[in-house]
Design a protein. Structure first.
Length: 308
């Protein structure tokens, strides 16, 4: 009995230590740069991130900028409801300070101090410059306030325990860039930043392990469709990816929605392409250059249904 008590005490101490080491992190006001926000750049980053694709209450017209949330996403972990990120003061993020916004985007920490679930792709946003995050908030503060409360997530055990997210962050939250590029090549650096940071392309185009973390050795090689049947395509230069696409083909696709063989964009990529079309030619060129630069990888077969 004495030995059992000792084991239980040691186990409790170990759990307490893990929870302490994986507690939510926060930046302080001193960490924010002395900076005047640029709303024009904020709009660019808003489009690069496709924020309206998930958070818009309406999908067409001016309603695309009404970020009241409400979209429901069924995943292997349970049901996620996309929150209201409009500047509404009671149901949105209108009362958030700049520091609270940066902590959410950069560290996945809510204003109340709890961990955010990584369905919010802060693992990608953690690579963004603090000045860019400040620009983004400045732009979003000027969008319409929407009074809408989407409701809580409905997740399965043990994923409904937020304390465990700290362990997920310890394993998966890394603000360093994923692929090395020539630091003297400004176009590649710009493309890497857009794809790996605000564009968060890897969140859908990269397979995940059992924790829900990205398998970085299969970066952008395609993955099961999080919205249901089928796969999100391989966008590396492998034969089952973009091998036959030139950088010009990719640029034109992002701008127009047309593939080199005259097909049109479909599925969830429609909204992504519409956002990419709002970027500058230089941004689309940078994205294309990066996608053609990274290693070509074959898709990973995740299940019997993936076998050709």
């Amino acid at each position: 009995m004495k030995r059992l008590v000792t084991v239980l005490v040691l186990l409790a101490m170990a759990i307490a230590m893990v929870l302490f080491l994986t507690r939510p992190e926060r930046l302080s006001l001193a960490d924010l740069p002395d900076y005047v926000a640029d709303t024009t750049n904020g709009e660019r980053l808003f489009n690069a991130g496709g924020c309206a694709s998930c958070h818009a209450s309406e999908t067409e017209g001016p309603g695309k900028l009404h970020l009241g949330g409400g979209l429901e996403m069924e995943t292997p972990f349970g049901l996620f409801r996309v929150p209201n990120i409009s500047p509404h003061e009671s149901t949105g993020v209108g009362k958030w300070t700049m520091l609270q916004f940066v902590n959410a985007m950069h560290l996945g920490t809510a204003p109340g101090g709890q961990h955010y679930y990584p369905a919010f792709p802060y693992a990608s946003y953690s690579r963004m410059r603090l000045e860019d995050l400040m620009d983004l908030k400045s732009y979003m503060d000027g969008l319409p306030a929407v009074d809408n409360s989407p409701g809580d997530h409905e997740l399965k055990f043990p994923w409904n325990m937020r304390l465990g997210i700290g362990v997920w962050k310890f394993l998966n939250l890394d603000p360093s860039f994923i692929k090395m590029v020539d630091e003297q090549n400004a176009l590649l650096e710009r493309g890497r930043y857009l794809v790996e940071g605000p564009g968060h392309c890897g969140e859908c185009h990269t397979p995940r392990d059992w924790t829900g973390g990205l398998q970085m050795d299969q970066w952008l090689a395609g993955a099961p469709n999080p919205e249901g049947k089928g796969r999100v395509p391989n966008i590396t230069s492998h034969d089952n990816g973009l091998a036959d696409w030139s950088t010009s083909d990719i640029e034109y696709y992002l701008a127009s929605g047309f593939t080199p063989d005259f097909d049109v964009v479909g599925g969830s990529m429609v909204k992504v392409q519409e956002n990419m079309a709002l970027l500058s030619d230089e941004d689309r060129s940078a994205i294309a250059a990066y996608l053609k630069y990274i290693p070509a990888l074959s898709k990973v077969r995740q299940s019997v249904s993936d076998i050709d």
